[in-house]
Design a binder for this molecule. Sequence first.
Ligand SMILES: Nc1c(NC[C@H](O)[C@H](O)[C@H](O)CO)[nH]c(=O)[nH]c1=O
Ligand SMILES: CC(=O)[C@@H](O)COP(=O)(O)O
Length: 167
Amino acid sequence: MATENKNLSQYDKATIPNAKNFRFGIVVSEWNDTITEGLFQGAFDALIDCGAIKENIVRWNVPGSFELIYGCKKIMESFEMLDVVIAIGSVIQGETKHFDFVCDGVTQGIKDLNIQGDIPVIFCVLTDNNMQQSIDRSGGKHGNKGTEAAIAAIKMAQLRKDAKFYK
Ligand SMILES: Nc1c(NC[C@H](O)[C@H](O)[C@H](O)CO)[nH]c(=O)[nH]c1=O
Ligand SMILES: CC(=O)[C@@H](O)COP(=O)(O)O
């Protein structure tokens, strides 16, 4: 279903585990910061709404979305107790093919972190054709992808915890 047919901010708390015992890392790209700050706020507010404790949320900034890969890798190494990491970025098409390489690079890099590591890394990177699409998905008419990412983070932290239990 395309985003335009669903509100990214809608969630049913009855279907979401309580986040009070989970520790979250959030790595935020500074490129298009008006967008990434909106995504961060959406994620932070949803985590708190679902029971997360503010002191259990650690945030790092990186220059651009391509640096999300290294930032997520290092935050997991620095804070060994994290249960999940959210990578937040906003990539907007410019005049050249650079957009394609940044989007593909960060996508593959975050995919690799999920394969190689033990901590889930949630992909909250907007890859939009223009600024309006980014505005619409970071608290605008389509809701907030940061909210969606926070819900995914809680569910994946719970899945990781359950998986350890059955080991
Ligand atoms: N154009 C955008 C970028 N470009 C910068 C790269 O992410 C990276 O920081 C640079 O290539 C140095 O390694 N980044 C975004 O997050 N969003 C863009 O629209
Ligand atoms: C995603 C980008 O790197 C892009 O916004 C840069 O713009 P341009 O392709 O015009 O150099």
